[in-house]
Ligand binder design. Sequence first.
Ligand code: FMN
Length: 320
Amino acid sequence: MLNSRQMMARASFGASSLIHTSHPWHLSDDLPIAVVIVDAEPKFTGFLPPSCCTASVCAPASRPPAPSSPSPATTWTARTSCPPVCQAGRGPRPFARPLNVPFLGSLFMSHLTIEPSILYFGTPVVLLSTENEDGTFNLAPMSSAWALGNVIVLGLGAEGHTARNLAERPELVINLPAPHLWEAVERLAPLTGRDPVPASKADRSRFEPDKFGAAGLRAQPSDGVRPPRVAECPLQFEATAARVGLDVSGSFVIAEAVVSKVHADPRIVVPGTQHVDPAAWSPLVYNFRHYFGLGDQLGHSYRSQTPGGVPETVSATAGS
Ligand SMILES: Cc1cc2nc3c(=O)[nH]c(=O)nc-3n(C[C@H](O)[C@H](O)[C@H](O)COP(=O)(O)O)c2cc1C
């Protein structure tokens, strides 16, 4: 039910993508129960800002195309600000972001309570190379990895060969594949370096002693650790697991790997600096067991040392 003030609130959807009303809405009793936008797409997109800016560096190619035929609302595009690259005068770059029409709905959304079988909400894939008991090397994909300063925290199945290798021989390389390597990663998915295959993995895994060969990836010697790097991976971290222990469930091992050396493909490094260029590097993201790359940049942290791809003259410090 709408109260009288809501009934009187005359809302309009302005060119800034904000909802304007004749008075502020109060969370307690004034929120509308629905926003319904009724119009044809050409009229709707025509009402939106036409491009990020009118500067010559924002070439027509970077502007949204004129609407031709009706398409779903979620494919409409709007530009409300210049991309950092454009402002830096480095030329046009597509920077469209979806007009967030679904977000308007989410203001009034009631969530479902669900029980998903997995909670892998989208984290980068890494390939861990570790040393086997006989001096050969294992390679395993995993995605439960994240950085704390120069420590990478890894979550590994306790029954897997990688967890066992790390408990005995803590040196490893954390290799980060780019999105185009997803098929090589998937070739590794059903393989384990453990022989015999443990009963808990028998239905989905088979033993493979040569994981590099099976994936079609090349081993490249490391500088300071025994396991090799994956040559095709643009980022490679040599590391040593300083702490390896069971998690609360007892089913997983958490390893804290201290990074000692970072190798980066020159094409993803801002020239003349120690910075990875976020516009050039894209991780392979494992999103509820599907593979994705990155979409267009949305913005950057106030702490970014590479805003717009142009590095600031501050020294690198740990932190996020
Ligand atoms: C994209 C991807 C991500 C994975 N993430 C993890 C993970 O975070 N932790 C884990 O223990 N296993 C993960 N796995 C499963 C292991 O790769 C799999 O259990 C493999 O058999 C381990 O090999 P290993 O026994 O030789 O160590 C992942 C697999 C794929 C394909």
